[in-house]
Design a binder for this molecule. Structure first.
Ligand SMILES: C[S@@+](CC[C@H](N)C(=O)[O-])C[C@H]1O[C@@H](n2cnc3c(N)ncnc32)[C@H](O)[C@@H]1O
Length: 227
């Protein structure tokens, strides 16, 4: 779900020898996924198409042996929309199979009434390209209401903040060059402003993750009971 440029689908098809289907709202990413499948002689096992997971999924009921999402589903759903999404996942899976995800979610320690938590969230959210921040418990409750049994709901095994810090250092270096280019009027001022927002967002994310109030790869595994 929300397969992006299909690299994880490609990896899973390679690893399992199975067929993997992916959809994404962005036609450019789908085009790239299809091209990559062709370049690597995987078109017979990788199937990509445009799709929006706010609509009913364009797949037959009980047609999949598994379903997965990586940082692509729950950060885009409001609480009142979670049930529809969970029901669609349940519908397309065969009985006895599983949905697994690694997704941005708040941790149970995040407290909306804590001003420090709320301030960090306000800074990092736009730079995550997420629009919603859900608790694992809300997602799991929706999955359970759809009929799934929750097997795993756990924090990530490895933190993402070291990569965020690498990115921050890179942006920090680029900003010096950008500032110079702005000074000599080669670039407009908004370039540096955007980089500053990105850098601040990365720093806020690292602080939130270190405080264990948010997780970029919270893991959930849910099983559709056998018929
Ligand atoms: C952070 S990227 C993750 C992509 C991919 N899962 C991966 O890990 O490489 C989030 C993806 O969700 C897609 N997306 C966002 N909203 C969507 C929607 N409503 N329906 C389908 N895909 C969506 C974006 O286009 C983007 O490719």
């Amino acid at each position: 779900m929300g397969c992006g440029r299909g690299r994880i689908a490609h990896y899973l098809a390679t690893m399992t020898g199975g067929q993997v289907s992916g959809y994404n709202i962005d036609p450019n990413q789908i085009e790239n996924a299809i091209e990559w499948a062709a370049q690597t002689n995987m078109t017979d096992r990788l199937h990509f198409k445009e799709g929006n997971h706010h609509d009913p999924l364009d797949y037959d009921s009980e047609s999949f042996d598994g379903c997965f999402s990586v940082q692509a589903v729950w950060p885009f759903f409001k609480t009142e929309e979670l049930d529809d999404c969970a029901r669609e996942m349940y519908r397309i899976l065969k009985p006895g199979t599983r949905y697994a995800c690694s997704e941005y979610l708040l941790s149970p320690y995040f407290d909306w009434n804590n001003p420090e938590h709320a301030a960090l969230h306000k800074i990092y959210l736009p730079t995550l390209a997420a629009t919603q921040s859900m608790y694992p418990a809300d997602v799991c409750a929706a999955l359970e209401r759809a009929g799934f049994k929750i097997l795993v709901s756990e924090p990530s095994q490895r933190p993402a903040w070291p990569i965020c810090e690498q990115k921050r250092n890179l942006i920090f270096g680029i900003r010096k060059v950008i500032r110079f280019l702005e000074k000599v009027r080669i670039l407009p001022p908004w370039v540096e402003e955007s980089l500053e927002l990105l850098q601040n967002g990365g720093e806020a994310w690292a602080d939130a993750e270190k405080a264990k109030i948010a997780d970029l790869n919270w893991r959930i595994v849910a099983e559709k009971p056998a018929a």
